[in-house]
Ligand binder design. Structure first.
Ligand code: UT7
Length: 329
């Protein structure tokens, strides 16, 4: 007997940011006290960022992941015991071992035999994690997945480096993905090119009981900018092509929220009106793997995204990694 085609659909979204909001002006004052010059004008004009949220030292990434997940499970209105797959996309896990996904599984008191693992694809992490979860569901390995993007990127920031420390913020977003006979995730494409490792990296490693090498983020902003603009257009077209769709059929574009200039460039290249792009970078800064699910949840909760809408998510990050997915909500 042939099996009916199976899809995965998002049945709930959730997110959170830590309570400590830092405006550009406040950040500029903090940096000035260290002899570093920056301004609200520069940050706003070059990036579109006006503020970001920083976690306090006693907050762990899994705490943010837990709140976002609880919100998503509540929105999905399902028994948490039905979750049989947990994937956490993060570059800032609580610890080297065990994985964030196992920590989260335990904190949520999920079934103690589900599949749980982390996804490290930097800012593209959520696109990767969602795609893998979709494949696990379509392959009938599991039925209901919790997919999370969670970061405390501020722990990797060198506050003596104005070219990176003004860009990032902390937060988490989550979705519950469930097997369905209706199309949810329509197409997705994932890529990586490890020849660009040095333009965006945190090269430090744990060895001999200590951190060896630079444990701060370093970035060649212009090189990443040029790559991002190019790759995001290409991957969006690839995902559309795979779905046999045109850009005009996309209700909402949710790009990784790194820089408004990169985001607007993609939107223009796709000839999508800017009103069809979700923007949270102004309030969250770049939250890496959390940025897409944060923006998604915000728009679901305020009613801009409604059932039946077609969404494109896309991201680029360290690696470099890049990817896009088209979702029928
Ligand atoms: O999430 C992963 C993906 N990451 C990204 O997508 C980030 C991609 N890159 C970018 O978003 C941009 O390249 C940046 C926002 C990082 C930088 O913007 P830019 O327009 O490329 O500026 P720039 O690096 O060319 O720097 C221009 C000037 C420099 O001064 P000079 O050499 O012209 O005198 C910098 O030293 O701006 C200076 N500058 C700053 N000035 C005030 C750099 N950072 C700051 C700052 N405040 N925070």
């Amino acid at each position: 007997m042939t099996q009916r085609p199976l899809y995965s659909r998002i049945i709930g979204t959730g997110s959170t940011v830590p309570p400590n909001c830092v405006t550009n002006q406040e950040l500029a004052e903090r940096l000035a006290a260290r002899g570093i010059e920056t301004s609200d004008e520069w940050i706003t004009a070059r990036t579109g960022i006006r503020q970001r949220y920083f976690a306090t030292p006693d907050t762990m990434t899994s705490d943010l992941a837990l709140t976002a997940s609880k919100n998503a499970l509540c929105a999905a209105n399902i028994d948490p015991q039905s979750i049989d797959l947990v994937i956490v996309a993060t570059s800032t896990p609580d610890s080297v071992l065990p994985s964030m996904a196992c920590l989260l599984q335990h904190k949520l008191r999920l079934r103690n035999d589900c599949t749980a693992f982390d996804m490290q694809a930097a800012c593209t992490g959520f696109v990767y994690a969602l795609t893998i979860a979709d494949q696990c569901i379509r392959g009938r390995m599991c039925r209901t997945a919790l997919v999370v993007g969670a970061e405390i990127i501020s722990r990797l920031l060198d506050f003596d480096d104005r070219s990176t420390c003004v860009l990032f913020g902390d937060g988490a977003g989550a979705v519950v993905l469930q097997a369905s006979e209706q199309a949810g995730l329509i197409s997705s494409v994932l890529h990586a090119d490890g020849s660009h490792t040095d333009i965006l990296c945190v090269p430090g490693r744990v060895s001999g009981g200590a951190i060896c090498g630079q444990a701060f983020m370093s970035m060649d902003g212009q090189a990443v900018f040029k790559l991002a603009v190019n790759l995001l257009e290409k991957v969006a077209l690839e995902a559309l092509d795979k779905a046999h769709m045109r850009a005009a059929q996309i209700d909402w574009l949710i790009p990784h929220q790194a820089n408004i200039r990169i985001m607007q460039s993609t939107c223009r290249k796709l000839e999508l009106p800017l009103e069809h792009m979700l923007v949270t970078v102004d309030r969250h800064g770049n939250t890496s793997a959390a940025s897409i699910p944060l923006a998604l949840d915000e728009a679901v909760r305020d009613g801009r995204i409604a059932r039946g809408h077609t969404i494109m998510i896309e991201g680029v990050g360290s690696g470099v990694t890049w990817g896009a997915a088209i979702i029928r909500f």
